[in-house]
Design a protein around this ligand. Sequence first.
Ligand code: 5GP
Ligand code: ZN
Length: 112
Amino acid sequence: MDCIFCKIIAGIIPSKKLYEDDLAYAFADIDPKAPVHLLIVPKKHIPSLAEIDTADIALLGNLHAVAKKLAAEQNLSGGYRTVVNTGADGGQTVHHLHVHLLGGRPMHWPPG
Ligand code: 5GP
Ligand code: ZN
């Protein structure tokens, strides 16, 4: 298991856990880019959005349902941004699918 996020899910690498269910695990990003910066990951190791299949649709929906729940808990009533970086051009650095949940300040568009 040579994956940082699999090790976080397994508790081998410590994290600030905010949520866990059968399909997903959520924790604080180690290098936050906004006052609230959480990562929501599937417990199943999927390298990126480019490698999902139809059996993963429930898992993917759940990641966004968790984002909504955490945004409410973090009082992001003014809005927030969810981001999924995919591949080298997408800026993905950890190759375990994850949804960034960013909030607590106005976001800019377009992103860099
Ligand atoms: P990506 O660039 O792949 O979309 O995002 C990877 C994210 O994982 C980055 O925001 C980075 O700060 C975060 N990250 C990388 N390693 C660790 C770690 O060991 N612990 C935590 N909590 N976050 C990490
Ligand atoms: Zn993994």
